[in-house]
Write a protein that binds this ligand. Structure first.
Ligand code: 3H9
Length: 693
């Protein structure tokens, strides 16, 4: 398939006549992005329609998988973006003296929807999706979209679409007035027939001139909307600018509204958040690519999956496959655990259905793919078997030994371990090439990240299969090498070590967590420990108290599940600082001779976030991650690192690697003996380089 970036020199826009309708067709794979050649072609095509008296109407349509999916993001920040700019192109379309019909299939996104909005009529297949995802790139629709959309679909709808970036279906689009006609079957003949029908209608309906849909603009609509979405928008600049732009549509004449839109667009475009979010867009897509994979490697066919363990992880993992229509055989040790696991899966699906995101029929369909069993031998016909039992090497080896005997030849044997050595597991059986790590993140049916762990002997086709399967079940798969904790959890370790030491030195759990939340993380290290369970990995001996965590576990402060951990919790799970914990921390500090002092927020940043960057650099130099951007994808999708900071490695680049090194040097003494510098970080900082290209 031709890529937008190496498009042919001939125009991607062609025209042909059907009776008195000029069909304007875009062919710019893979997603018909509105790059310069497309924009120039569209302007030329409208010019052709104007110049030809026999043309009475125009249809704009796209070949391939989708209608225009937006501006060409790879042009942003280059001179090309300013040539024949999209705002001018859409105005030329709207000002065409002959009716223009947009024929929409696939996804009309961003600039694509703006082309459709500038057209006089919009016809779509029921499967089409319409959206303004610019906010996810740290932007707003910058080609009149924030001004035309509320005039066509109503203010509330436009607010939701622009500020959240979530697309709507064509049916929804029809109901709100965005789509004039839904058609089944072949799109183009319907669009041409529609164009013939409206060829003589005058005046031409121009979105920019409409006022009728602005009526739902009550005084408090914007305030209420922002309040309702406060949590979602926290830290992001773009959603509020989107709201401002839509508000301008209500308060100003169109001509002034677009000037406001442009001003806000340029403000966002020049900011760091937009750069981070656009970087991340490409990082996510790059993560899917396996370096050095030979062209002739083909994935194995996965028709049936086995899961060992019906606990929280096993159940969540299974749901991903069930939702994708892939049958799952799930094995447990006893009937009670099996029933409980299947019951929780059903309950999760039913909760989704009660929110209207699934039908009752879809719930039954998904559950129909599940085969619960106590018989290990039932895994024999599975193409992929994922072990999801607790973290213990001996137990895992025992399970893999059993699998070695019963799994069919060519079956992929995966472990969901979050720390353990895949090579050790693989080398304990007769078919190490079939072994791979598939590390899901909890809750596994919700979290998008999947670390696919490549062992020394993992076959290339096994790795490829796991990566492609990840995409099929709507995860974001990232390749990781073998080490303790792979990419994500390994970087968590220095953070946790320093955060805990900071408590003894004088910080409180609240302060450390606040710094992280203000940075943009969904929660801080101690809030996370309380949520996950302070007792995870605890040795279970209440008399052996060697650190603060042991002390908390010994008195049953295991986190939220016990109503107490680093914080006290009320019945609604609202946390408050705990005097008991404070006392334990102070006692420990005294016992260990740690002098307590005032800790600055900056020190917390340097010791818990800069150390993560340092660990990320080690991961990179050891080849555990294929590229710096993969580390960012892991942290955004696995741990909620704020995407507007791009991920830890992108953030380090924006801070400046020398600033990171300087900060770490300031803290080096205090962090000994747990800390050591990454040579890669030091080298790059010394050369003034970045992790990103
Ligand atoms: C905008 O429109 C601004 C305007 O308001 C104002 C301007 C003044 N540009 O995702 P996939 C590439 S902002 C360049 O794997 P899928 C992508 O990198 C834009 N390239 O496919 C990948 O390349 P590669 C608003 C793009 O089927 C390949 O296409 N629009 C663009 O899973 C396949 O992509 C958006 O934000 C682009 N706009 O999903 C929409 N889009 O093969 C962004 C894709 O080298 N796009 N590529 O890795 C999407 O959401 C999804 O790509 C889409 C298809 C749903 C369309």
């Amino acid at each position: 398939m031709t890529d937008v970036r190496d498009a042919p020199t001939t125009s991607p826009i062609s025209t042909r006549k059907h009776g008195d309708v000029l069909i304007v067709l875009s062919n710019n794979p893979p997603v018909n992005a509105l790059g310069l050649a497309v924009r120039q072609g569209l302007v030329a095509a409208i010019g052709e329609a104007e110049a030809d008296d026999s043309v009475k109407a125009v249809v704009i349509a796209c070949e391939g998988q989708t209608f225009f999916a937006g501006a060409d993001v790879s042009e942003f920040g280059t001179p090309k973006a300013f040539e024949q700019p999209l705002p001018t192109v859409v105005d030329i379309i709207e000002n065409c003296s002959k009716p223009v019909v947009a024929a929409i299939h696939g996804t009309a996104l961003g600039g694509g929807l703006e082309v459709a909005l500038a057209s006089h009529y919009r016809v779509a297949l029921p499967t089409a999706k319409l959206g303004t995802p610019e906010v996810k790139l740290g932007l707003l629709p910058g080609a009149g979209g924030t001004q035309r959309l509320p005039r066509v679909a109503g203010v509330r709808k436009a607010l939701e679409m622009c500020a959240t970036g979530n697309p709507i279906g064509a049916k929804d689009g029809f109901d709100c007035g965005l789509i004039d006609r839904l058609v089944e079957g072949e799109l183009l003949p319907h669009a041409v027939a529609y164009a013939e029908e409206v060829r003589d209608v005058r005046p031409l309906p121009k979105s920019s001139e409409r006022q009728d849909r602005l009526n739902d603009c009550t005084a408090d609509v914007f305030e209420t909307f922002v309040k309702e979405n406060g949590r979602k928008f926290r830290g992001f600049e773009a959603p509020l600018k989107n709201v401002e732009a839509v508000k301008a549509a209500c308060e100003k004449p169109y001509a002034e509204g677009v000037i406001e839109e442009r001003k806000l667009f340029m403000e966002l475009m020049s900011g760091t958040q937009a750069k981070a979010q656009q970087y991340f867009f490409f990082a996510e897509r790059k993560a899917n690519k396996i370096e050095g994979l030979a062209d002739d490697v083909r994935p194995r066919d996965i028709k049936k999956v086995g899961v060992i363990g019906a606990g929280t992880m096993g159940g969540g993992i299974s749901m991903n496959f069930l939702s994708a229509g892939i049958p799952v055989t799930i094995v447990e040790m006893n009937q009670e655990a099996l029933d409980r696991g299947a019951g929780i899966m059903r309950k999760n699906y039913e909760a989704t259905a009660s929110k209207g995101r699934m039908t009752a029929q879809q719930v039954e369909q998904a559950m129909g793919y599940l085969q619960p069993t106590l018989d290990f031998a039932a895994l024999a016909d599975c193409d992929l078997i994922i072990e999801a039992v607790y973290e213990n090497m001996d137990v895992k080896k025992e399970i893999f030994g059993r699998l070695d005997k019963i799994a069919k030849p060519g079956a992929i044997l995966a472990s969901n371990t979050s720390y353990l050595d895949i090579n050790e597991i693989a080398s304990s059986i007769s078919r190490p090439g079939d072994v791979v790590g598939m590390h899901f993140f909890s809750p596994a049916n919700v979290m998008k990240l999947l670390e696919v762990v490549r062992g020394d002997k993992t076959s290339p086709d096994v790795l490829l299969t796991a990566m492609q399967l990840g995409k099929r079940i709507k995860k974001v798969p990232v390749v990781a090498g073998v080490c303790h904790g792979f990419i994500g959890n390994r970087m968590l370790m220095p953070r946790q070590i320093e955060a805990t030491k900071l408590l003894l030195e004088g910080a409180s759990p609240e302060q450390v967590d606040r710094v992280h939340v203000e940075f943009g993380m969904p929660m801080g290290p101690f809030q996370m420990a309380d949520l996950a369970g302070v007792d995870i990995g605890w040795h279970r001996d209440p008399n052996r108290i060697e650190n603060v965590r042991d002390a908390l576990c010994a008195i049953d402060r295991w986190g939220q599940k016990k109503g107490a951990g680093f914080y006290d919790y009320d019945e609604k799970r609202r946390p408050t600082p705990s005097p008991v914990v404070q006392q334990i921390i102070e006692d420990f500090a005294k016992k260990q001779g740690v002098e307590r002092r005032e800790i600055s927020d900056q020190e917390i940043v340097e010791r818990t976030l800069y150390t993560m960057v340092n660990e990320g650099a080690k991961i990179l130099e050891e080849g555990i991650a294929q590229r710096a951007s993969d580390i960012d994808v892991v942290w955004v999708y696995g741990y909620g690192w704020p995407v507007y900071r791009g991920g830890p490695m992108f953030w380090a680049d924006t801070e400046g690697l020398q600033a990171i090194v300087d900060g770490l040097k300031r803290q080096e003494e205090r962090m000994k003996p747990d800390f050591s510098f990454s040579q890669l970080l030091l080298d790059k900082a010394a050369k003034g380089e970045k992790f990103g290209k």
